[in-house]
Design a protein around this ligand. Structure first.
Ligand SMILES: [Zn+2]
Length: 298
């Protein structure tokens, strides 16, 4: 039997790359909503809804959830609650917002109705009060610039604030025991940044990444799935920092020749990153942001 199957196997292995090449880039079929336990842990989960991700942690005394990720998805908050309920019937004690952007935090009403306390950086609450989005729950509790640590059961979740980076309200969430980070939007994993550059502070973001690199952690859960749904490493953070620095240097030169906006935006390229996912879509956003910085000082 083995001898009979071996040539078939060989033929399939040979045929597979050719077929994949001919059909690329066929999207992988996968459910729109998915919950995955982080390997090597018994308490940390990634909830994915479409192209968005959120971390939740199950403790002896309840659940710490994070971004509801339900912008434009009327049932998204309930879907999140249902996914958590498949794992545990313990109460959802907290919902922690990564930052104030609606595409990550809209849709938390079902979690609020279930009794969760909503937590965010103080700037997030100020922004959300000004914007008054009808689909976004206002935080009940704010975290100051010094950060704080949430303790529930035997779990600690460190919330730290590092000033401006992507938005002015980003909290880094760190599980010291599990050596896991949840950081949204500032550090894309294995892909070129894009629309996130609309609310982005380039010089401060570089400092932010260096601070993240200096923290004690091993794996990073991003707010958008990385290629292959993998988690990020410190090398990914360093790669993203290198990309930003390359973008900054390239645009600085064009800007100082007086070429911002149009000529510089047309000329701007990052050849080393052409093969990265998101390159074509992200390049104009990166160019615009760095033209703003080096061409206008903004
Ligand atoms: Zn954002």
């Amino acid at each position: 039997m083995t001898r009979f199957l071996a040539p078939l196997w060989a033929a399939l292995l040979l045929a597979a790359p050719l077929a994949a090449e001919a059909q690329a880039p066929a999207p992988q079929a996968r459910p729109p909503i998915q919950t995955t336990k982080v390997a090597g842990t018994d308490n940390v989960y990634v909830f994915r809804n479409g192209n968005y991700q959120s971390m939740f942690v199950v403790t002896e005394q309840g659940v710490i959830a994070t971004d509801p990720i339900a912008y434009g998805k009327p049932t998204g908050g309930k879907d999140y609650l249902d996914e958590i309920r498949k794992v545990t019937d313990r109460p959802i004690k907290y919902v922690v917002y990564s930052h104030h952007h609606f595409d990550h935090i809209a849709g938390g009403k079902a979690l609020k109705d279930d009794g969760a306390t909503f937590v965010a950086h103080r700037r997030a609450r100020q922004r959300l009060e000004q914007l008054a989005d009808p689909n976004t729950v206002l935080p009940d509790v704010v975290v100051g610039d010094a950060g704080t640590t949430l303790r529930l059961g035997s779990t600690e979740l460190v919330l730290s604030y590092h000033g401006l980076n992507h938005s002015d309200s980003t909290l880094v969430m760190r599980l010291p025991r599990e050596k896991i980070l949840f950081v949204v939007d500032t550090i894309p994993i294995g892909q070129v940044p894009g629309r996130g550059m609309i609310d982005f502070h380039p010089l401060e973001a570089e400092a932010f990444m260096k601070e993240v690199l200096a923290m004690d952690w091993e794996r990073l859960i991003p707010g958008h799935p990385a290629p292959g749904d993998r988690l990020g490493t410190k090398k990914d953070v360093q790669d993203q920092l290198d990309l930003l620095q390359a973008a900054s240097t390239t645009m600085q030169e064009l800007a100082r020749q007086g070429k911002c906006w149009e000529p510089a935006e047309k000329e701007f390229r990052l050849p080393a990153y052409e093969s990265w996912p998101g390159y074509a879509a992200g390049l104009p956003f990166i160019a615009r942001r760095y033209c703003g910085l080096w061409g206008r000082g903004t």
